[in-house]
Write a protein that binds this ligand. Structure first.
Ligand SMILES: Nc1nc2c(c(=O)[nH]1)N[C@H]1C(S)=C(S)[C@@H](COP(=O)(O)OP(=O)(O)OC[C@H]3O[C@@H](n4cnc5c(=O)[nH]c(N)nc54)[C@H](O)[C@@H]3O)O[C@H]1N2
Ligand SMILES: Nc1nc2c(c(=O)[nH]1)N[C@H]1C(S)=C(S)[C@@H](COP(=O)(O)OP(=O)(O)OC[C@H]3O[C@@H](n4cnc5c(=O)[nH]c(N)nc54)[C@H](O)[C@@H]3O)O[C@H]1N2
Ligand code: SF4
Ligand SMILES: [Mo]
Length: 741
């Protein structure tokens, strides 16, 4: 069937892309790689950005091993990295475009037919309901060059206004927190800070499981650091902490204000730093007076001793680093909680020095790339759609008419979903994310997707929950089947290379976008977007003069040679690097003081904490926490479930962590099947009795499709990030079943 399709009548550009001998589509691997070479590239799972050495035989990747001389992973990799090539070979890889027929079944079609459907259906929706009735959802898991292409094609070429990314589910809170506090979205650290701190504070981060190689960096710290973990659960990370603060869910903001009050009361503030580099401290200091030890202890569930010891440890530390992840970001008050962490770092002068910082850890391999270059919430290069001078600059670089750049911001992911519900959005294009599993409150989410007149899903696999709902599936090449760059959590740009052919007719996302531009009739506008390398050059120019300026990078080969390059990397910095390479390998921000606000100061920001959005009740007496379940599972499992090795490392069936205290009162024993229900939906899971969760709380990993049937669509008001980690549920036994695998 594939061969038939390959010989099917296709347009000239399609044929060119499918045959291209260079870097793309069905072509051979790049001629720059020797057939039996080894070559390094950045891992395509998490934002740690480890480098993996791919071993080739006869021009195809056959194996990989962690790169030993890369500054991120120093020869280490987690199970997902080791299995990264294996997951690419799977029977459910999408190998042709698939079009749903009138009976609701998929039929393979060639690219020309797929493009015809894509263009005519979306254009007719736009003609009938206006240009903004089509939207797109992008990702943190494609290379920056592809994200930029998607954002530019959709917004400048197709006249779409609303496009957001799955990074909304993940990083939006950190982005807004940094923008408001520092004046730009700028995580300040470098991974060497993990090794240089004497106090490491992890808030809502299960580093050991979700970022195992960052955790390895903590383990290499020679200072026997104090490790303080703030997490309601006794996670793998908390088990290795010197202080575990098993906080009541969503009481972090109160706790952190309480810590600030103690630091102020005892004179443990770095007054010089505060005076030189910050604004708003006096107001903040007055505000936190309300956070007495008694209040903080009552609201957080921590003892007075635990709270005082936490404050004292921060004071005694010479190099204190604060790190946060989804336990903070995914909250109805995520932005203010993240800023409560930033406030502690600022008031103790723990920023800009080795081993310090207020550090948000990113999730997806290129979430940081999407923050700067996806053209969703920011105009390319961290610019602002609303500023005419920014639109003019970007238009000049891309050689396009300034008028095609929207002067308004896009709706956020939740607003796009709401737009569908209200009939304002009729067509949706989802690229590299699995909305029908990962979005909050799945019962609503699926009903919303069902309302669309036309849904296009562009994915590596045709079996994802979202692809199954699509009218048209576009088959995409995956990691290692295409080239470009990712940016990791510490702002390090790294390269991804094509070391194997994509299966069947699957094309790189880059080439799918080229094809769409051509068929949409805006190919001319994207004539300069001929390869990822050409796009990288344009993105560099877009970054000029911005805090993320990377104009000093020559191109992909330079990044590769240098072992990754952290932003910023200006032309001046390149000259410095030529003189002292080592000094440029690990760089942190704010070493010389100024922040990005016009007065050069970082802001103290604060607000009253708000109560839980859904409190436990007699009908739903438990709080549901969700998150990562094992180092071997990635999100919605479209990739990791394909590896037999990884499958052995986690329970296949959904499970729920339940306190033995609660289990006893429910009459549940180990491995019983239980029904977990919320006001919105139900799921069946195997009971896993453990003291790692507190009585009154349960934990279910996000990797199972049913988990988000329970969650409640509540969002942070500033970042619009979903609050995945707290809703009220009930648990009921439904009888014993065989032990879980
Ligand atoms: N193996 C694996 N690794 C991954 C991923 C994966 O899917 N699998 N995904 C990647 C991505 S995209 C991301 S975003 C990161 C996420 O990385 P993490 O944020 O570290 O992982 P999570 O398990 O989502 O959440 C962290 C912790 O938040 C806690 N938590 C819940 N509510 C609260 C609260 O109110 N306060 C506090 N302080 N803590 C709370 C949970 O108990 C949980 O242990 O992981 C990345 N790494
Ligand atoms: N309950 C609960 N829900 C959560 C979370 C939680 O903690 N709790 N965490 C949230 C977070 S932080 C995140 S980041 C999201 C993640 O949610 P998703 O983004 O939905 O999860 P993934 O499984 O990573 O989906 C990526 C999709 O892209 C496809 N893909 C991979 N590579 C490529 C490529 O190169 N091109 C194309 N076109 N497709 C590709 C994969 O097959 C997969 O279908 O989930 C969120 N949902
Ligand atoms: S820690 Fe992250 S980047 Fe490193 S090998 Fe594992 S998944 Fe890949
Ligand atoms: Mo994420």
């Amino acid at each position: 069937m594939i061969t038939d399709l390959l010989h099917a009548r296709t347009g000239p550009l399609t044929q060119e892309l499918l045959r291209e001998p260079g870097n793309f589509g069905l072509g051979q691997i790049p001629t720059t790689l020797k057939p039996n070479a080894t070559t390094g590239m950045v891992c395509g799972f998490c934002a740690t950005g480890c480098n993996l050495t791919v071993h080739m035989r006869d021009g195809e990747a056959i194996n990989l091993s962690p790169t030993t001389d890369y500054p991120v992973n120093l020869g280490m990799a987690c199970p997902k990295g080791w299995e990264a090539l294996t997951v690419l070979d799977a029977p459910d890889r999408a190998i042709t475009p698939l079009l749903k027929n009138s009976r609701g079944q998929f039929e393979p079609v060639d690219w020309n037919r797929a493009m015809l459907e894509f263009v005519t259906r979306f254009k007719s929706i736009q003609a009938e309901h206006g240009p903004h009735s089509v939207a797109f959802i992008s990702t943190g898991q494609m290379v920056s060059e592809e994200m930029a292409f998607l954002g530019a094609l959709a917004k400048f070429g197709m006249g779409i206004l609303h496009g957001d990314g799955n990074t909304r589910q993940c990083m939006a809170t950190a982005v807004v927190a940094y923008k408001q506090a520092f004046g730009f979205d700028a995580p300040p650290y470098t991974y060497a800070d993990f090794e240089e701190s004497d106090v490491i504070v992890l808030v809502g981060s299960n580093l050991c499981l979700a970022h195992p190689i960052m955790w390895e960096r903590v383990m290499r710290n020679p200072n026997s650091p104090e490790i303080i973990v703030v997490d309601p659960r006794m996670t793998e990370t908390a088990m290795n902490a010197t202080q575990h603060l098993a906080i009541a869910p969503k009481s972090d903001q109160t706790l952190l204000y309480g810590i600030a009050r103690i630091l102020i009361e005892r004179g443990w503030v770095d007054q010089n730093y505060v005076a030189a580099h910050t604004s708003g401290f006096e107001e903040f200091a007055a505000y936190v007076q309300d956070y007495s030890l008694e209040r903080v202890s009552a609201e957080s569930g921590l003892s007075v001793e635990q709270i005082e010891r936490f404050a004292e440890t921060i004071h005694l530390g010479k190099r204190v680093s604060f790190w946060w992840t989804m336990g903070v970001n995914q909250s109805h008050q995520g932005v203010r909680t993240a800023q409560a962490i930033i406030n502690l770092a600022l008031m103790t002068g723990n920023i800009g020095r080795p081993g310090t910082g207020a550090n948000s850890i990113t999730g997806q391999c290129n979430a940081m790339g999407s923050r700067l270059f996806s053209n969703t919430t920011n105009l390319l290069g961290g610019h602002d759609f609303a500023k005419p001078e920014h639109r003019q600059k970007v238009a000049g670089i891309l050689g396009i008419d300034e008028a095609v750049i929207p002067s308004e911001n896009s709706w956020a992911y939740n607003e796009i979903m709401e737009g569908v519900l209200k009939g304002k959005i009729k067509g949706l294009w989802i690229i590299c994310t699995n909305t029908a599993h990962s979005w909050i409150n799945q019962n609503d989410a699926r009903e919303i997707l069902d309302r669309l007149d036309f849904l296009v899903v562009q994915d590596m696999y045709h079996s994802t929950e979202t692809a199954q709902m699509a009218d048209l599936v576009l088959p995409a090449a995956g990691w290692a089947e295409k080239e470009g760059t990712f940016i990791n959590s510490e702002r390090r740009i790294g390269v991804v290379k094509k070391v194997r052919k994509a299966p069947g007719q699957a094309l790189s996302d880059f080439n799918i976008f080229r094809l769409i531009a051509h068929h949409w009739g805006c190919g001319e506008m994207f004539a300069k977007w001929s390869s990822p390398a050409a796009v990288f050059d344009m993105l560099k120019e877009c970054s000029r003069g911005m805090p993320c300026d990377i104009t000093g990078i020559e191109g992909h080969a330079h990044v590769d040679r240098a072992g990754g390059i952290q932003w910023p990397f200006t032309e001046v910095q390149r000259t410095q690097a030529e003189q002292n390479t080592d000094e440029m390998k690990e760089r942190r921000l704010f070493e010389d003081g100024p922040f990005y606000h016009s007065d050069g100061r970082a802001k103290f920001l604060f607000e009253d904490p708000r109560p839980l959005t859904e409190k436990p009740s007699s009908k739903y007496p438990f709080i549901l926490l969700t998150g990562r379940g094992s180092a071997s599972q990635w999100h919605t499992q479209t990739r990791t479930s394909k590896s037999a090795v990884l499958r052995k490392l986690y329970p296949e069936q959904p499970f729920v962590e339940l306190s033995p205290v609660d289990a006893k009162s429910l009459g549940v024993v180990q491995n019983d099947q239980v029904l977990v229900s919320s006001q919105r939906g139900k799921m069946v899971a195997t009971a896993f009795l453990t003291h790692n969760v507190q009585p009154g709380q349960i934990f279910i990993p996000m990797h199972y499709e049913a988990t988000n049937r329970l969650t409640d669509a509540v969002f942070d008001p500033y970042s619009k990030q979903p609050s995945y980690k707290s809703c009220a549920v009930a648990v009921a036994p439904i009888g014993a079943v065989p032990a879980r695998k």
